[in-house]
Every structure is written in structure tokens, then in C-alpha cells.
Design a binder for this molecule. Sequence first.
Ligand code: ADP
Length: 370
Amino acid sequence: MAGVRLIKVTKRYGRTEIIKDFSLEIRDKELFVLVGPSGAGKSTILRLIAGLEHPDAGRIVIDDEDVTGKAPKDRRVAMVFQSYALYPHMSVYDNMAFGLRMRGYSRREIDLGVRETAEILKLTPLLARLPGEISGGQQQRVAVGRAIVQKPRVFLLDEPLSNLDAKLRAQTRGELLEIQRFLKTTMIYVTHDQVEAMTMGDRLAVLTDGALQQMARPLEMYRYPANRFVAGFIGSPSMNFLDATVHQRENGIWLECGKILLKIPPRERLGGVFRQDQKVVLGVRPEDLHDRVFQPSLAAEGNTAVGLVRNIEPVGPDTYLTLDAGGVRLVARVEPDAPYQENQPVEFAVNMERVHLFAKETGERIPLEL
Ligand code: ADP
């Protein structure tokens, strides 16, 4: 068992609170992703778990052992950094052996560990080379190997793929996942890239300004973002946000978004949720906007509007259309083959079963899935 718990952790640099009363529970054998924009405090959390920083308040527990006051070497965790920080004058073998030598393992134990790890990572043919003589992807694997060989309870990875080009990054992402599944070791992975977070994490935590925004499984987070920040952060292209006013009428609840009028699908328990004239923010993902020409069956009362095409971005499997609907800008993900032209009017339908609503003031989700 090597779960990790942060209990009400606070970290300050000078007078600035970088991490604010932060609690998190990571399960044994889980690949847990911490994601958020640059400066959110992700690295600081990893460094706190590693023991490279110490919290001003709160506790850190690994495997039911309180490690808050312990030195990094006594925590049995291993960290992989963005800059692989390999020793340039040492062979791959010696880079991997270094940590074990420092800890006084015997030559035989070290040799066994390094060779076993090199096999797992397909590094065996490269053991005699210097870091300068292998590719960036291979260097990254050596950095991972240096962590694995120590048989830690927890791996901490800080943006380990950000120095790789896009194609290699996707490939290495898959390899890392396989390694984690094979070793069955708890892994905490930091990234600012929401695609990486969604594809790798068993669960993920979205962080901004040193505070937890939401923790969930990837698809749960995509479908039920807890607030407007998470909704805008997860998903590409980003969710569309429209300021809206609530109108309760006899035939249901309507949202007035500029010139667009949309009706919320009737649900049994929605009655008490809204106030007349309440200001809310409507969130619509690009894939939930459909061209009526291609999806005629989707059109229903209170879900259509017309927009002028302002921008056309073909990306291959889809095309992203920017529409201007009476001053409201919306990005729609549409059929790639349709011959759209700039300034052409498009009648579109919003899949109202999938829209999101957020309180205007707080940005908190207003649950529609009752
Ligand atoms: P992230 O990993 O999400 O990009 P960091 O944890 O690196 O964020 O940083 C969070 C905030 O803490 C940033 O505003 C950063 O400037 C600040 N910070 C990080 N380390 C230090 C330090 N040693 N001294 C002062 N401020 C720091």
C-alpha cells in the first residue's frame, strides 16, 4: 500500500501563500495527474511530497506513515524532472546506478537493478553510451530508469515529456502508461497539458492559484466540470460560454443569451433551482453545436439559432467553425467536408441535453442532471 495523502497543506514563499489549505488523497497504484496552468502550484506540491520543500502547515502521509518532517532520502519516493538532469559525463549505466551507489548498495545489487530496469525500458543496448550520444526520447527513458531502479513507493513526474516533440511525446506517453501498469507503483504526474492529463490519468486534479478546483476521473470531469474554470480548461477547442438570463415560463425554463433563446429540457426536479431573471453562464462544448443541414433530427423547440461563419479551421477529422450569432461568438465542431464560406449564415442546433450552467457570480456548476 502506497497511497499519498496531503492533509490541509499550506506553503508560503515570503508572505505569499502558494498552496492554500490543500487536501488530496491519492490511491495506491494509481496514476494520478495534477494539471493546471503555469504557476498554479503543481511543482510545489510534488516537491512537498518529495520532501524538497516543507509545508508551513498541514501533514503529508505516505503509506500511512507521516513523512512531514522527514528528509527526501527517507521517504522512498523518486522524482523525474522536466530537464532530465542526467550527468553528461557518465554513461547511461552509471547515471542509473548513481542513486543506488549513494545509498551504499553492493556492486552486485546495483548491477542486478540496473540491468533489470534497462530491460524493462529497452535501454540495454545503450548502457555504455553517454547522454549526448542518445536521442531526447531515450534520455527521457534513462531519467525514468534512474527513478525506477530505486524501487520507490511513489513516482513523482514533473512535466517529464515537455522537452519532446509532439509525436514523440504521444508515443512516450503510451510507454509511460505501460510501465506504470507493469510496475503497479503509485505515480503522480504533473502537466499543464489537459490532453496529457485526460489521456493518462486514472484520476486528475485541476489546480489553479494553489487551490484544488476539482478531482475526478477524466470523463467525469469532462462531463460534469465543477466550475467554469475547469469547464474552460478541460477540452479543446474550449467550451463556449454565453451570458444568459433565466426566464421561467409556463412552458418551461428559457435562457436568453443576447438574441439567442434556448429552452432547458424539462426535468422533474428542476423547479426550485432557478430564480426569475437570474444571471447565469451557459456552457456549450463545440461538439454540441450542430449544423441543422447535417443533423435535421436534432432541431427542436428552443434549441436553434443562426450564426454567420467568421472563421473556418479544418483540422482533418473535423472542422472548427467560428460563428457570430448576433454578437455572440461560438465555436462549433462540424463535418469536415461541408463547403462552408465566410459570412455564410448557418442554422445550428444546440444539444440542450449536454449544456452546462454556471452561477454568474461564483462560477460554480448548477447541476442539471437531477
Ligand atoms: P506550476 O508547477 O504549477 O507551474 P509552481 O509550483 O512552480 O507552479 O509555482 C507556483 C507559484 O510559486 C508561482 O507563482 C511561483 O512563482 C512561486 N514559486 C515557486 N517556487 C518559488 C520559490 N522558491 N520562491 C518564491 N516563489 C516561488
